[in-house]
Design a protein around this ligand. Structure first.
Ligand SMILES: Cc1cc2nc3c(=O)[nH]c(=O)nc-3n(C[C@H](O)[C@H](O)[C@H](O)COP(=O)(O)OP(=O)(O)OC[C@H]3O[C@@H](n4cnc5c(N)ncnc54)[C@H](O)[C@@H]3O)c2cc1C
Length: 433
């Protein structure tokens, strides 16, 4: 028995982990067991990749082929996005969609239908998936795309590993001609200015804002918005930046309201006033957190969780004001408070993004936290929002259901295809999917 955990380091449960080499071995594993869940690189925060029986996909990391003319890369599901970048940025290719860490597998990217700083332009990861092969509940392999087996495609992209094990995928890459991004940083004084800045810079493909979630009164919602696009200077000398690593788990008192307040003050304070311009490299712009290995350890042994929700555009301003007020009144701060703008939703049954704004907040797991998050859930529902499954570890079935109108279609699809008992995570058991 092992103790595989996710990035939030909570919950810690015993699990039996299955490794496999050939597809036939995986067929046997699937036919002989139930309550199985695929596990990529464990970068989801909560319990979506945790179950009593885990299928380890990380060793499935072969590059199969690359069509230089079409920019289509065929890889196994355990390949990390970082491995794609190492090989392909120097050749002038980049991921069409990438989340805020490159340390995730291609299978994990499809299963969570991840998004990046360019959702308002490019949509979710599934937009760049030409095709994948998946082993389903009876142990057979199905090739699947938006056209071939479209229901399986819609259930799997964002389906959190609950439809089967993705074995490999063909994804399309985008051409770039620099490893640098021209970044504009906008320092705003309140939520109104933050929203105005997002709209003003929405012509740029990438944007993200860090919000000071402890700011109160007239400064509530102040932020640093970073927006940008690739340069065109022919410099493709990509250097993978991996630096410091947190060597041990911090004592849990190290991170508190005061350290968050001090960090926010320094981070916001050091940025120039108004609008400024910088040239930054790929890792600094897209993956700032990856520069510090094991940064999750600063939250202490009890672990942490990320609370990410999204509101439709019409209710975003009022909803965010209400949430930020509740958080600053609670005194529970978050170093990471990231606001993003999103474009149109896709057809996948459980994909998270809808057109609007989403905020992601990291909280140490401690006394009183889940009560605060229950309170925030009520605001999320009141303002017609939803919670992101890949970050979640505690949302109730009722709250989850209210946010996802296609949930019944997803359940029926799983039921009809004998997936219900076969593939389960602690999360799927909790939210009833
Ligand atoms: C620092 C950081 C920043 C992040 N930023 C973003 C962001 O900007 N946007 C965003 O959308 N997400 C973001 N995430 C979340 C992350 O991208 C997702 O949780 C992603 O799914 C993790 O991939 P993984 O390979 O680690 O998968 P795991 O965490 O191991 O698994 C995640 C889910 O995918 C399923 N899965 C994994 N592999 C397979 C497979 N081969 N077949 C079927 N199902 C599979 C699992 O069952 C599970 O449900 C961030 C995470 C971190 C730690």
């Amino acid at each position: 028995m092992k103790n595989l955990i996710s990035w939030g380091m909570y919950p810690k449960v015993e699990n039996r982990v299955f490794d496999f080499d050939q597809a036939e071995e995986l067929t046997d594993i699937i036919q002989e067991n139930s309550e199985l869940i695929p596990y990529g690189n464990g970068r989801s925060y909560g319990d979506s990749a945790i179950s009593s029986h885990i299928i380890n996909l990380k060793p499935k990391d072969y590059f199969i082929s690359f069509d230089e003319e079409l920019g289509i890369l065929h890889i196994e599901a355990g390949v990390l996005l970082s491995e794609i970048l190492d090989s392909f940025v120097p050749r002038g290719w980049f991921l069409k969609v990438t989340p805020g860490t490159k340390l995730i597998t291609v299978g994990g990217a499809i299963a969570s239908d991840v998004h990046g700083k360019n959702h308002h332009v490019e949509g979710c990861f599934s937009e760049c998936v030409e095709e994948f092969r998946i082993m389903v509940a009876d142990g057979s392999i199905v090739a699947c795309s938006k056209i071939k087996e479209p229901e399986l495609f819609r259930a799997t992209c964002g389906g959190m590993g609950l439809t089967g094990v993705i074995l490999d995928a063909k994804i399309s890459l985008k051409k770039i001609n620099s490893q640098y991004i021209d970044q504009t940083t906008i320092k705003t004084k309140n939520l109104k200015e933050t929203f105005e800045a997002f709209e003003e810079y929405s012509h740029l493909p990438y944007s993200v804002a860090w919000i000071d979630c402890l700011a109160k009164g007239k400064n509530k919602g102040k932020c640093l918005l970073m927006a940008g696009d690739f340069r065109d200077d022919g410099n493709l000398k990509y250097k993978n930046k991996s630096g410091l690593s947190i060597p041990f788990t911090f004592p849990s008192f190290a991170l508190n309201n005061w350290s968050v307040r001090a960090f926010n003050w320094l981070y916001y304070g050091k940025a120039p006033k108004g609008v400024s311009k910088q040239r930054v490299d790929i890792d600094t712009f897209f993956y700032p957190l990856d520069a510090i290995g094991h940064w999750n350890r600063i939250y202490g042994k009890g672990g942490f969780t990320q609370y990410q929700f999204i509101f439709p555009k019409e209710t975003s301003y009022e909803g965010l004001e209400a949430i930020l007020t509740a958080i600053s009144n609670s005194g529970k701060g978050s170093f990471l408070a990231v606001l993003k703008l999103y474009g149109k939703a896709n057809d996948n049954y459980l994909s998270f993004p809808i057109e609007g704004y989403s905020l992601a907040l990291d909280f140490k797991i401690e006394k009183g936290l889940f009560e605060l998050l229950d309170q925030l859930d009520k605001l999320v529902i009141q303002y017609k929002g939803r919670i992101y499954l890949t970050k979640d570890v505690r949302v109730s079935k009722e709250t989850f259901e209210q946010g996802y109108p296609q949930i019944e279609t997803f359940r029926e699809y799983r039921e009809k295809n004998s997936m219900m008992k076969k593939f389960q995570s602690l999360q799927s058991q909790r939210v009833g999917i």
